[in-house]
Design a protein around this ligand. Sequence first.
Ligand code: ZN
Length: 269
Amino acid sequence: MKLRYKIAGLLVLAGVLASCQSSPATPTSKGVIDESKVVDLTYSFDDKTIYWPTAKPFTWEKEAWGQSAGGFWYTAARYSASEHGGTHLDAPVHFGEGKQAADEIPVANLVSPAVVIDIAEACAKNADYLLSVEDITKWESQHGRLPDDCIVLIHTGWGKFWGDKKKYLGTDAPGDTANLHFPGISREAAKLLADQRKINAIGIDTASIDYGPTRDFIAHQILNGANIYGLENVANLEKLPATGATLIALPMKIKGGTGGPVRIIAILP
Ligand SMILES: [Zn+2]
């Protein structure tokens, strides 16, 4: 009897060990995301971060830093900034009356398959280049129709100018919005994306989805008006493939916010 119990016990143990090997272990922080496949699409926030010429830039000041009176290490700081600067989100309410605010965008829409439309070659020849309908249809002839619920990222190549305000915006004069030059999205392309495709969001590696010289911000009006949120000053777009990456873009949850800082990562296929 005793031997039989022992054998039965060993069989149970063997079964437990076998099941440990065959079924996935309880997830730990290591292994949930393969770090070699992660691309950080976010610029750091500091006093050099590029903001719209009329916006309040990012400020960060230390409130306490070092050994406290209590004898322990203690640090804390405060920050402030306009919503629209650095790597940030444009909530649909930014240009769409009654549309979603930053806190109202469904979380599922902040995690999307990413597609990248590369117009860097045309932009290198013309700083005021506008993404055209042809750019989109050419992309689709190579990769298929833009998938539903994707985020469309426009790669203009402007990321290489990040840190150099004059090159990145076309002007580095405070308050100067008359001399902005950088690529953006045409009215016709925005209309195609808003009316004939079903995308979650639009992102770009410039300061705005509308090009520098715009006066009516028509791409914002059309896309935000269709409840499509935007991502601006997106970093490292040259590191993403045309299709296959997954984007996670989590903005600060500002109640009623028109946008705000966003941490964006892409997970490569
Ligand atoms: Zn913005």
